[in-house]
Design a protein around this ligand. Structure first.
Ligand code: HEM
Length: 202
């Protein structure tokens, strides 16, 4: 019985990491990239997202609750997993450990980011280009955002690789090698999108 529940929780954790949390991450990075087109372009894109119907419902069920479950269960996995990189120096063991480390960094980053943007907005602040420009004009915050965004992207891209294995989609060694290259490509492409957006604010 306990084994069944563990299996179910693992599967749910894995699925939520991609749908909806991973998809939201990609969408969020694309909206932020509008900052490269200037202040007005970013504000229009951000305003469109804010004015979606059923915003609170969408945020709660598509973002907060799935992310909360994934993060809390992720912390449990991260601190109970056996990191065996010292015994086996293989690429996949390092990826296994980095998946956990970037999960914890992402949690700290996302908590802070939600606090200073979404929670601030609930108290009346306006989330726009100028707000991000102010935050990122501080060099410490700029590098905090760079590390946080790259960690989240690494975690998502490397997570996609293990998701494909967990769900029996990439079973053969050859398909796993191909998906390694594809997910490295996803990591590089999304990192360019994320870093370009951040530098557009300074
Ligand atoms: C931007 C937010 C996040 C996204 C897009 C995301 C995405 C993913 C994906 C796609 C996986 C792979 C699932 C699988 O192996 O089948 C995964 C795994 C994992 N995530 Fe996240 N995640 C996020 C945030 C977090 C946070 C905040 C934590 C908390 C520490 C976390 C901890 C973990 C852990 C430990 C694993 C490995 C699970 C395993 O190997 O069985 N994640 N994540």
């Amino acid at each position: 019985m306990a084994g069944n529940r563990e299996f179910f929780n693992r599967r749910l954790h894995s699925l939520l990491g991609v749908i909806p949390v991973g998809l939201f991450l990609v969408q969020h990075l694309v909206v932020n990239h509008f900052a490269t087109g200037g202040e007005e372009s970013f504000n229009n894109a951000a305003h469109f997202m804010e004015s979606l119907p059923f915003r609170i419902f969408l945020e709660t069920f598509v973002i907060y609750l799935p992310l909360l479950f994934h993060a809390i269960y992720g912390l449990y996995i991260a601190f109970t997993a056996k990191n065996n990189t010292s015994r086996f120096g293989f690429f996949r063991n390092w990826m296994f450990m980095l998946q956990r480390v970037t999960g914890v960094i992402t949690l700290v980053f996302v908590a802070w980011h939600v606090w200073e943007t979404r929670v601030a907005a609930a108290f009346g602040a306006e989330v726009n280009f100028q707000m991000m420009e102010n935050i990122l004009s501080n060099p410490f915050m700029f590098w905090f955002y760079i590390i946080g965004v790259i960690s989240a992207i690494f975690h998502f891209a490397n997570g996609l690789w293990s998701f494909l294995v967990s769900w029996g989609i990439t079973v053969s060694p050859r398909s796993q090698v191909i998906s390694t290259y594809v997910t490295i490509g996803i990591f590089i492409a999304l990192s360019i999108v994320g870093v370009r957006a951040l530098t557009a604010f300074i």
